[in-house]
Design a protein around this ligand. Structure first.
Ligand code: ADP
Ligand code: MG
Ligand code: MG
Ligand code: MG
Length: 418
């Protein structure tokens, strides 16, 4: 009965529905009959409409009861729209200005109306085109440091934290997608896997036979499943970030749940590293994109270092959470020991981030969902060269994680492979 009334709102229904939400109708302006409605969804799961009126526009996202990319044969709960709405509300509170404003949500229809991001584009498209985003590091590190720190046991009481976990625990069908598609399928024969054949056939077979890699990915899977450290975005790739030269907005948190922080940070790093490796395949003249590629690697370094700096700053400024009680770290000696412990925490988080970044890379090359960084390299042989470089780095990051002590170790290894 909770789902009574769900129906897919196509153009005419959507127009009638929007006309009745008074503040949305006012924002659009003019007669509902004059509004233009365009479906723009390019994601794997949902419908997204852009609606424009005489005054302004909005974006409308509606979940389908199945996976859009695959079809009705793969059902997926509509409740993900509710979790996306909850996460978006929380992120708006913790990282103001870095997510689209929420205008309306209808849980029965699995529908959310939000601010139209314009002229923002999906960051991944900009990266394929070779565009640099000077404000990105500052914005994404603020987003991650604040959303992760303030939903962790470092900032919350034990009760608040567990209430938070409970609020998102029902989003397990989306977690299961990640568990299967990222942490399992690329390493075994699975119907939905694909790769750039025949060039990567041998590499795909190698991954399926690599027991050290299977141990490493399984440890990461367990970490993903069993470590509710903070409220994650859960799908923080460059296709979930919209940008202009000066603005950054994070969208699409339908995979949100309480999980390990390194999964979000690793997602950002992995997608930048893939943009770096793909860049060679988008060159029309050798060296043409050298400045862009330098910027990408510098951005990888700064995303980690600025995230770590901001996270530590929040922790030092006053951790109100129940972890690390101040009474156990009194005086000068206590302060010094606690500071060393903060550094150790960030070092562990770095190691996990490196592993998750590797997992996010391999799934894009051998799993179901690929990305345009590589897919838009038309010549399969050229594409396979870029992909194989990314996989080589990812394999080392996952299996020889301990040799990557600093982020410069990661970018240094990436540079050598180019
Ligand atoms: P999915 O969950 O299906 O991946 P997304 O939330 O990522 O859906 O949205 C799909 C696409 O719709 C985005 O890639 C973007 O082009 C567009 N889009 C989503 N939200 C907005 C918005 N607020 N403003 C403008 N375009 C948007
Ligand atoms: Mg998306
Ligand atoms: Mg996606
Ligand atoms: Mg999505």
């Amino acid at each position: 009965p909770r789902r009574q009334g769900y129906r897919i709102l196509h153009e005419a229904d959507l127009r009638d529905y929007m006309a009745e939400i008074l503040d949305v109708a006012a924002r659009l302006g003019g007669e509902p009959a004059s509004w233009t409605i365009t479906e723009v969804g390019d994601g794997n799961l949902n419908l997204v409409f852009i609606v424009k009126g005489a005054r302004g526009g909005v974006a409308v996202k509606q979940a389908l009861p199945y996976v859009r990319l695959v079809g009705e044969s793969w059902p997926l709960p509509l409740s993900r729209a509710h979790y996306e709405y909850l996460a978006l509300s929380k992120q708006a509170q913790l990282a103001p200005g870095l997510v689209p404003a929420l205008l309306h949500h209808n849980e029965n229809l699995a529908l959310t109306v939000m601010e139209l991001l314009e002229p923002h584009i999906i960051m991944r498209k900009g990266l394929v085109a070779g565009t640099q985003y000077p404000g990105f590091v500052g914005d994404i590190t603020t987003f991650m440091a604040r959303t992760l720190f303030f939903t962790s046991d470092l900032a919350l009481s034990a009760a608040e934290k567990k209430e938070g976990i409970a609020a998102f625990a029902g989003n397990h069908a989306l977690c299961k997608i990640t568990e299967d598609l990222i942490f399992t399928d690329p390493y075994r024969i699975a119907e939905q896997n694909r790769w750039t054949a025949p060039y990567l056939d041998a590499l795909a077979a190698e991954l399926r036979d690599d027991m050290e890699l299977h141990v490493a990915i399984s440890r990461l899977k367990l970490k993903f499943m069993a470590s509710p450290e903070a409220l994650l975005h859960g799908d923080l790739h460059t296709g979930s970030i919209m940008v202009t030269e000066s603005q950054t907005r994070v969208i699409d948190p339908e995979f949100a749940f309480y999980g390990p922080m390194g999964f979000d940070v690793g997602a950002v790093l992995a997608n930048l590293l893939m943009a770096y490796f793909a860049s060679a395949g988008h060159e029309r003249a050798p060296g043409e994109r050298a400045a862009f590629e330098g910027w990408v690697l510098e951005t990888v370094e700064q995303v980690w270092s600025e995230f770590a700096r901001k996270f530590l700053e929040l922790w030092r400024a006053g951790a109100a959470g129940d972890a690390y009680p101040a009474s156990l770290f009194a005086g000068e000696k206590g302060a010094a020991r606690l500071e060393a412990e903060r550094q150790a925490y960030l070092q562990r988080l770095f190691t996990e981030t490196v592993g998750f970044a590797a997992a996010k890379t391999i799934r894009r090359i051998f799993g179901l969902a690929h990305n345009i960084d590589f897919e838009l390299i038309a010549d399969p042989k050229t594409r396979a060269i870029s992909e194989a470089r990314a996989v080589r780095l990812a394999r080392a990051m996952m299996v020889e994680t301990g040799t990557f002590r600093t982020i410069a170790d990661v970018t240094g290894a990436a540079r050598k492979l180019r």
